[in-house]
Design a protein around this ligand. Structure first.
Ligand SMILES: *Cc1c(COP(=O)(O)O)cnc(C)c1O
Length: 485
């Protein structure tokens, strides 16, 4: 019966337009005697297959995603629409390098030029280059500029970069790759940079200091002015890790706080979808001191309003091919224009409000690492459940079964059993309430029924993984669990 059914039911998911494919002739001996037995599926099968695959992942469009330090905010669809205009997507990057074509790409160059100006205005920096392709890449570019600056001034004794213990791991990595020695500065009991230790660490060998502000404890570095003054007294440059810009955008500017060089994470603050490795964009901004060291080429505008490319005088060279991730830049441009300056101020206000709301609602079960109001994210600890043998990781996994992406866990490294929650400004109070209620239920469950919590997640395509092995020996072929979350 199956056979008869198959014979009468030809399925196929593709169709080839008639008459558009030229005839070719094969020698007789190469032709098949029988049609190949290829598996065929219907169009509906194909659609279902890919739709199911697309639903296996969590994303901001489907679930609350409070992944601290990553600013997983909603990305307005208009930015996608505009960045998919043919004038942007069909632009051949090689056009940049041949002046013959500069006539045809004036619009794209203008966008880059204008976005760099907007980012300069937002950050209080003198100029911005869109080249670096991620935050970490921006850090490396920035630290290479610091290195070039000191070489240029014959500061051969400058060997060290100071970095707080709360910093993102990419900071010391970038400084080391650029050839510097890294020295850690501890945090104080309030969760900010220990000023006394910082003073003791400052000397003529310090080339620069990398700071995140608010830092990764979600706290504003209130001594920033004093830090900047001391750094500059020793001719050390101050680097701003801009990953947390969402907390201060429109309220204060890194350039005004005394920073010399910084990166932005367009894929965090400026609403480009991210996660799973990119594409991102990590533009660098500099003040007057580093202006001539920026990566090149840079887009310039002449008196006739024609856009061209030029290399700054002491440029460190290219940090990426072409102008970086152009389509990410288009999205950021749309987002900034859409928000306007009032909208951007509202972003940081609401991001900080939302984080403090979550902090206030669940702090009785998950105490904050530092007992203060927070900025755009709160860092809590799951230590109270240590005695029940329930860890931050168990809460993270249990949230997946309840339709929430996990917060960042075990970072920053300074906090034991850290849960780093960044709700972002785009979430409603209703969503935050659902999340907070769930966290409180899980806290109860951790005490009453810890075994159950340790089994989570049970509704996801795969359950608990050996995370190290999964990263090193990736195997996505065998779905373990096909039931839908
Ligand atoms: C995300 C992040 C970075 C690195 O940015 P990528 O774009 O992921 O390379 C650096 N510092 C902090 C604090 C971050 O959160």
């Amino acid at each position: 019966m199956d056979l008869i059914y198959e014979k009468c039911n030809h399925r196929q998911a593709f169709s080839i337009p008639k008459g558009q494919i030229p005839e070719v002739s094969f020698p007789q001996e190469l032709k098949r005697q029988h049609p190949a037995e290829l598996p065929e599926v219907s169009e509906l099968d194909v659609v279902r297959h890919f739709t199911h695959l697309s639903q296996r992942n969590m994303g901001i469009d489907t679930n609350f995603y409070p992944l601290g330090s990553c600013t997983m905010k909603y990305n307005p669809k208009i930015a996608d629409v505009v960045s998919s205009f043919a004038g942007f997507t069909q632009l051949h990057p090689q056009f940049l390098y041949s002046e013959v074509y500069h006539d045809c790409i004036q619009g794209a160059l203008e966008l880059v030029y204008h976005l760099e100006q907007l980012l300069s205005e937002i950050s209080g920096m003198r100029a911005v280059s869109l080249q670096p392709m991620a935050g970490a890449h921006g850090e490396l570019t920035g630290v290479l500029m610091i290195s070039a600056y000191h070489k240029h001034h014959n500061n051969t004794h400058k060997k060290t970069i100071l970095i707080p213990d709360s910093a993102h791991g990419t900071n010391p990595a970038s400084a080391a790759i650029a050839g510097f020695q890294v020295q850690e500065v501890p945090s104080n009991s309030q969760g900010t940079l220990d000023l006394d230790c910082f003073r003791k660490s400052m000397n003529d060998e310090v080339a620069g200091i990398m700071l995140t502000c608010p830092n990764t404890h979600g706290l504003f570095e209130k001594d920033i002015q004093e830090i900047a003054e001391l750094a500059h007294k020793y001719d050390a440059l101050l680097y701003y890790d801009g990953a947390n810009l969402n907390a201060i955008i429109g309220q204060c500017r890194p350039g005004d706080l005394g920073f010399d060089v910084m990166h932005f994470n367009l894929h965090k603050t400026f609403a480009t979808p991210h996660g799973m490795g990119g594409p991102g964009s990590g533009p660098v901004g500099v003040n007057e001191r580093l202006l001539d060291f920026l990566p090149g080429p840079r887009v310039t505008k002449n008196d006739d309003h024609i856009f061209n490319l030029e290399y700054p005088k002491n440029t460190i060279g290219k940090s990426a091919p072409f102008l970086g991730h152009f389509l990410v830049a288009v999205r950021a441009y749309v987002y900034i224009l859409m928000q306007g300056s009032e909208g951007l101020k509202e972003v940081s206000r609401k991001a900080v409000l939302n984080a403090n709301y979550v902090l206030a609602k669940i702090r009785s079960a998950f105490p904050p690492a530092y007992d203060r109001l927070c900025m755009h994210e709160c860092v809590l600890t799951a230590m109270p459940y240590h005695d029940f043998d329930v860890r931050a990781l168990d809460f993270a996994k249990a949230l997946l079964d309840r339709g929430f992406h996990a917060p960042t866990v075990y970072f920053p490294l300074t906090v034991k059993e850290a849960l780093m929650i960044e709700p972002t400004e785009t979430e409603t109070k209703e969503t935050l309430d659902q999340f907070c209620n769930t966290m409180m239920e899980l806290a109860e469950q951790a005490k009453q029924n810890p075994d159950e919590l340790r089994k989570a997640p049970i509704t996801t395509p795969v359950q608990r993984l050996d995370e190290v092995k999964a990263a090193k020996e990736l195997n996505v072929v065998h779905p373990v669990n096909t039931s839908k979350p």
